[in-house]
Design a binder for this molecule. Structure first.
Ligand code: COA
Length: 322
């Protein structure tokens, strides 16, 4: 008997405040047309003063649990992907566990920047396939707005806040077909966010904001995501035409279009949320997946390719029969 992990529920949360390109152009030298043409982004959501990675994760997780019609006590494991945790420790996973009142689960965080939710999916899938867990809650949650330097026009235009969740359950029916994750720390200086409190004397003066060489990141992202698409198809002995939906990390519409082109997919088969959400880092793929499931685009039995790329660099994919 083959044991699969299957998606049994999804959820998502976006904070109320909308910050448009026009608003950003009032504080840095940019414009709505520049941002939209180069990135595909028009606005992003910003967490309220009393919201955090954990509070947003709770809302997304509760939705996923409700969609799965599942007793929270049957969840064995909670994995939270975040680069903006409420605390250094306890993990946001533990904070979420406490908020959900789930006693019998282990909980921890995964830090793989924008690829975090794919890394979390990879881990969850191994736990379920091996029989070590039966139900795993995965949440990607980010308050990127708090690690963005709002005076840096190269980065502040890109990011937004939000949380997405998936509940995976063990099943004999096909679900997650394969996951693939990679890292290359050689690229550590192209995209990073320092932690001044834990830094050495030489780096202590750096502020805890995102620093990025956007153009170089862009090029590596396009090449790398092209390669992971090939790797995923090969591993499953599938053709491009076998994929019904692409759910990409929402960093830049031009990166997304390059991956769609590589797959010979029409943009009608690509879930795009970044226009009104920006890049929500580890939340982005899960938010997009949840949106397309809830609005009826992604249907049971369809094959969905999730992919992401982020600081590290890290990158990964998950092929899912929904
Ligand atoms: N408004 C107006 N001009 C801007 C700008 C902004 N918000 N940001 C940068 N510029 C300027 C630059 O200063 C530069 O000016 P110069 O030619 O006078 O030096 C010019 O625009 C071109 O800069 P460049 O960085 O080459 O632009 P780009 O076409 O690469 O677009 C990004 C910049 C950030 C939109 C793009 O590189 C990108 O999206 N990269 C990927 C980032 C990403 O996905 N990161 C997350 C990965 S998970």
């Amino acid at each position: 008997m083959i044991r699969y992990s299957r998606v049994i529920g999804t959820g998502g949360y976006l904070p109320e405040e909308i910050r448009t390109n026009e608003e950003i152009s009032k504080t840095v030298d940019t414009s709505d047309s520049w941002i939209y043409e180069r990135t595909g982004i028009k606005s992003r959501r910003i967490a309220g003063p009393n919201e955090s990675a954990a509070s947003m994760a709770e809302i997304a997780a509760r939705q996923a649990i409700e969609a799965a019609d599942c007793d929270p006590e049957t969840i064995d494991l909670i994995i939270v992907a975040t680069g903006t945790p409420d605390h250094v420790y306890p993990s946001t996973g533990c904070l979420l566990q406490q908020r959900l009142g789930i006693k019998n689960a282990a909980a921890f965080d995964v830090q793989a920047a924008c690829s975090g939710s794919i890394f979390a999916l990879n881990i969850a899938d191994q736990y379920i396939k091996s029989g070590a867990a039966k139900k795993v809650l995965i949440v990607g949650t980010e308050v990127c707005s708090r690690i963005v330097d709002w005076t840096d026009r190269g980065t502040c235009i890109l990011f937004g806040d939000g949380a997405g969740a998936i509940l995976l359950g063990a099943s004999e029916q096909a679900g997650v077909l394969s996951t693939h994750i990679h890292s290359d720390g050689e690229f550590k200086d192209l995209l990073y966010c320092p932690n001044p409190q834990a830094a050495t004397d030489t780096n202590k003066s750096e502020l805890g904001f995102i620093s990025m060489r956007g153009n170089e990141v862009f090029k590596v992202a396009v090449n790398t995501l092209g390669r992971i698409v090939d790797e995923t198809l090969e591993a499953n002995k599938m053709n491009k035409s076998d994929i019904d939906w692409l759910v990409p990390h929402q960093a830049n519409i031009r990166i997304i279009m390059a991956t769609a082109k590589k797959l010979k997919m029409s943009m009608n088969q690509v879930v795009v949320t970044l226009e009104n959400q920006g890049n929500t880092s580890s939340a982005s793929v899960l938010l997009a997946f949840n949106e397309a499931i809830r609005d009826g685009r992604i249907k049971r039995g369809q094959v969905v390719l999730l992919e992401a790329f982020g600081a590290g660099f890290t990158w990964g994919s998950a092929l899912i029969k929904y």
